[in-house]
Ligand binder design. Structure first.
Ligand SMILES: C[S@@+](CC[C@H](N)C(=O)[O-])C[C@H]1O[C@@H](n2cnc3c(N)ncnc32)[C@H](O)[C@@H]1O
Length: 273
């Protein structure tokens, strides 16, 4: 992992080369190599690291690496979307075995409902589902028929519980990225900038491949991360319980991170406006 040029270490450019990190990452994340370097450097100087703390855990790069190196960690994140993504990624060993069944569940929805509902019915269902701002925004990112199928998948995911819910959540979140024809990976790009998108069926199999990369290794990684949904301003750490803090801070204010995840916050109904 450590041959990466130094310029790439503080960027998310390598995340897609790594199992679990590939499940979901975003432009403001840093590389798994960076976290591994810091932990190794600390071990060289201090012999062992007990607990790592990331007060701005985002998509949990710090905690996923800590898990793979057998180190306990705490991650605090206040964006509900990132928090749930981080919880699923750190629990990869439990989530991975559920991926096939989630894919089958989504494929069935397409088989049963694909192309079978009148446009006017779709419009009335979807406009009753989301707030006006959310529906208008999502309508600019997806074909209407796709948005309807994604909505049906979301309803199925909402009916799940525990690890299955987390598996469905992260799977469908990744699917949204492949199915939208807008660039949603950075600040203020959506809804106008266009990219190549996949059909929902192709996106389901591409997403499954992403999850299964490094399968055998993932199944051996225990989860020793505690992921907390809170503002780190309010989160109280016990004195002398943390050895090492690894983080990248929010920039200026948190607006950018909410903006960056507008598609997901609207889709999952974590935000209405
Ligand atoms: C630069 S990103 C961290 C990215 C992370 N290192 C990764 O690789 O995914 C900063 C994160 O801080 C979060 N954040 C901002 N203010 C926060 C607060 N008061 N408490 C917890 N998290 C916060 C943002 O939502 C964002 O996910």
């Amino acid at each position: 992992m450590n041959e990466l040029e130094i310029e790439k270490k503080p960027t998310a450019m390598t995340a897609n080369n790594h199992a679990i990190h590939k499940w979901f990452n975003f432009v403001a994340g840093y590389s798994p190599e960076y976290v591994e370097d810091v932990i190794q450097e600390y071990r060289t100087r201090n012999k062992s690291v007990g607990v790592i703390y990331d007060p701005f855990s985002g998509t949990a790069t710090t905690n996923v690496v800590a898990n793979s190196m057998g180190v306990k960690s705490i991650g605090v994140e206040r964006n509900p979307f990132f928090f749930k993504i981080g919880r699923a990624k750190t629990n990869a060993q439990k989530i991975l075995p559920l991926i096939e069944q989630i894919a089958t569940m989504f494929e069935k929805i397409i088989l049963i409902h694909g192309g079978k509902t009148e446009r006017k019915d779709i419009t009335s269902i979807l406009s009753a589902t989301w707030s006006e701002s959310a529906y208008t925004f999502l309508g600019k990112l997806f074909e209407l028929d796709d948005l309807y199928l994604l909505f049906l998948m979301r309803e199925q995911v909402f009916s799940l519980k525990g690890d299955e819910l987390d598996a469905g959540f992260i799977y469908l979140s990744k699917l949204l990225e492949y199915v939208t024809f807008a660039k949603t990976d950075g600040i203020y790009k959506a809804p106008t900038s266009k990219k190549h998108n996949l059909s929902i069926l192709n996106a389901i199999s591409k997403t499954k491949e992403d999850f299964l990369m490094g399968k055998d290794e993932i199944l051996t990684i225990d989860n020793s991360a505690e992921m907390v949904f809170a503002s780190s301003v309010d989160y109280k750490l016990e004195q002398n319980t943390v050895d090492l803090v690894i983080f990248s801070p929010p920039y200026l204010n948190n607006f950018d991170f909410a903006e960056m995840t507008r598609m997901q916050l609207y889709f999952w109904k974590d935000a209405n406006s």
